[in-house]
Ligand binder design. Sequence first.
Ligand code: NI
Length: 259
Amino acid sequence: MLIDSHCHLDRVDLSPYQNDFSEFMRETREAGVDHMLCVSIDLESYPAMLDLVLPYEDISVSAGVHPNDFDRREPDVEALLELASHPRNVAIGETGLDFFRSEGDLEWQRQRFRVHIQAAREAGKPLIIHTRDAREETLQIMREEQAEQAGGVLHCFTENWEMASAALDMGFYISFSGIVTFKNAQELRDVAARVPLDRMLIETDSPYLAPTPYRGKPNEPKYVRRVAETIAELRGMEVSDLANQTAQNFQRLFSTPLK
Ligand code: NI
């Protein structure tokens, strides 16, 4: 079983599929992708995203507002809880801190992150956390808001072992994207070889960050296989075992039993 634990399906390039989402789904299933988690990045695009994916039972959704953009409708705990109550919702996020893409006074980002953690705890749902150039503060806010009570995943992980280890200690999972296939990502591959197998997820973050050899092109969930292949090779195991193990982890974390 192969699962893409993080993608943005309302943003994938449908031009190879006659601009037809159902054709995209047919080919994605045919390529062996059994389930996808379609991750919300703002409240403005959320209703259309939900409409797009609802007909497909092999797609789950999350509810959240990405840390990159200041000029989005600001969610409060209540709004997130309302979205999280949808039967197809399995998580809160993506949320977190990004000091790489945003500059200036980022108090709004910290506050937004805290609101998401509070909502996740209240909803009893795991967090999908984005963190970039903000290691210490991400961990600090996670601790202050008792994020371990909600649990979750550090998605598209690009940080060092110390951060992975601190998140693992809080009960979090670590998710690897196509970045592990990049030539210059040796440090990240070392982390991927070390994270306990039962605490690891794989993802594409489509349509961003296509793995080698598709780098620079629009990413798609079916390329999650490249992520599985790369990590399986690192760890000297069969691709199918890596895929099955990460699929089990997904089902455990997101309480989403799949057939
Ligand atoms: Ni994302």
